[in-house]
Design a protein around this ligand. Structure first.
Ligand code: HEM
Length: 260
């Protein structure tokens, strides 16, 4: 873990630690838990928790692959690569359906307040809790909808990005409106589209000062609060789901002191 942390700078590589690692080390990171099992979720939400999550960031896919190999060498054979997803930014931060993603993200100080732990203890402050899900889009189903139906899945107009007054209660932005939760449920989303051959969708990624805001949104999307499922499920579904704790930075280095 120390060797891995030394190779992660929080910018070009983001490190996320799963609960099984802290358990194996005999330490507790307050707030770190496994991705929830949600038996009452409609539709079903898979939990595919792993020990580590690494987000490699850069412009050139070949460089990213080779950097990934270097990181793997540092942690083999203790950790085995379970999944790698190539993701990218599409146009001006749009989902592959054409809808702009990230509009309602908190900004500047509000983003830090939403996404970075503060006042939770020396080893935890400055860290972040990342929820990651790979979603697979069903493009034939989406393409068969009228533009109005598509807009109603999201609750926004695709071309103007305006919120729709007449959107149904199932509309995604109505399900997830961050100020409508008690307490308010703000997160910083950094989702990116992915393509693998003919399959494609979105890697949903949200950073929070805890997992609570994401989990409240996910529960409302899956009908836990009022029996209404999110309109997005008409054309997309998650394949994976994991929770990872991103340790704080001390200078340019990752501070793993919470792990003992
Ligand atoms: C394939 C999956 C998803 C797609 C394509 C998607 C797309 C979008 C789009 C286009 C918006 C409107 C613009 C914006 O404010 O960003 C939005 C808003 C939002 N989404 Fe998603 N989203 C997905 C999954 C999720 C999930 C799983 C969550 C959390 C559990 C989530 C949480 C949010 C939040 C918090 C907002 C802002 C709501 C507000 O305060 O107005 N999204 N999403």
């Amino acid at each position: 873990m120390q060797a891995l942390a030394a190779a992660c700078d929080g910018q070009t590589v983001v490190l996320g630690v799963g609960l099984s690692v802290t358990r194996a080390l005999g330490v507790t990171v307050p707030g770190l838990r496994d991705f929830p099992q949600l038996p009452d979720a409609r539709p079903t939400i898979p939990a595919t928790q792993h020990a580590l999550w690494l987000w490699l960031r850069g412009d050139e896919p070949g460089d990213l692959l080779l950097r990934g190999h270097e990181l793997q060498k540092l942690i083999t054979p203790d950790f085995t690569l379970m999944q790698a997803i190539d993701s990218f930014l599409h146009q001006d931060s749009r989902d592959l359906t054409g809808y702009e993603d990230g509009t309602e993200n908190p900004k500047d100080a509000a983003a830090i307040e939403a996404a970075v732990a503060q006042g939770q203890g020396a080893c935890i402050d400055g860290s972040s809790f990342a929820a990651v899900q790979q979603w697979l889009h069903d493009f034939p189903t989406f393409d068969a909808m009228t533009r109005t139906e598509q807009n109603h899945c999201f609750g926004r107009d695709r071309d103007s990005n305006e919120e729709l007054d007449d959107a149904p209660e199932s509309a995604h932005v109505k399900r997830t409106a961050q100020e409508d939760f008690e307490p308010e449920a703000f997160v910083v989303r950094r989702s990116m589209p992915w393509v693998a051959g003919a399959d494609a969708g979105l890697v949903f990624l949200a950073f929070g000062k805890s997992f609570d805001a994401f989990e409240a949104q996910l529960r409302r999307m899956t009908g836990h609060d009022d029996g209404i499922s999110d309109g997005l499920f008409r054309f997309t579904r998650p394949l994976t789901g994991g929770y990872y704790w991103c340790p704080p930075l001390a200078g340019n280095a990752i501070d793993l002191s919470a792990l003992g």
